[in-house]
Design a protein around this ligand. Structure first.
Ligand code: FE2
Length: 188
């Protein structure tokens, strides 16, 4: 997997205008793929969304994948930012928003080996390992903050609007998956 492969899987990468940031996001994914033994875009596209939740909800194996979820989150975050910018000049940094959405779940690759949790997934959880992944890729602390604050599995609350939009977009995208398999989201 190289940067072109990452952009083939995540075409939104090309919308990041800052070259260094774009490169950093690509490096986070290429490194995470190499560490997980993922060699091709097809193998990356086959990574499941979240095996324990899929099992709990009776989601058929292979029905929900990580890549479309990350793209859902990115599209939702961009949509929210666009609506806010149009209505009140929210001053959203679109590069930061796109980069944050694209890397928010990068460490899921280290959390599962196939459908089984690894020690990283079992003992650390992805927001924490994600900080290591994005920092190792040379991405700035703002990106580590987006990763760390996007999940309620940490106590870190979003400090700026881009981090909050990614967190809400992730929750909305996950709800859309759960809603397809349960009658009432309170049961999911
Ligand atoms: Fe996510």
């Amino acid at each position: 997997m190289d940067a072109d492969d990452v952009e083939a899987v995540f075409p939104e990468l090309g919308s990041i205008t800052d070259g260094t940031l774009r490169e950093g996001v690509a490096t986070a994914w290429t490194t995470a793929c190499a560490d997980a033994g993922i060699r091709t875009p097809e193998e990356l596209r086959a990574v499941p969304w979240l095996p324990p939740v899929e099992r709990a909800l009776g989601i058929p194996e292979g029905a929900e994948r990580l890549v479309p979820h990350v793209r859902d989150v990115t599209a939702c975050a961009v949509g929210l930012a666009g609506a806010l910018d149009e209505r009140r000049d929210a001053g959203v940094d679109h590069d930061l928003l796109l980069a944050g959405a694209l890397v928010h779940d990068v460490s899921k690759l280290a959390e599962f080996d196939g459908r089984e949790a690894t020690p990283v997934g079992d003992l650390l959880g992805h927001p924490y390992w994600g900080v290591h992944v994005v920092a190792s890729a040379g991405l700035p602390a703002e990106l580590a903050h987006v990763v760390l604050s996007h999940s309620h599995r940490t106590t870190v609350e979003p400090a700026f609007v881009e981090a909050d939009l990614v967190r809400r977009a992730d929750a909305a995208a996950a709800s859309a998956i759960r809603a397809a398999y349960v009658e009432d989201l309170r049961d999911a």
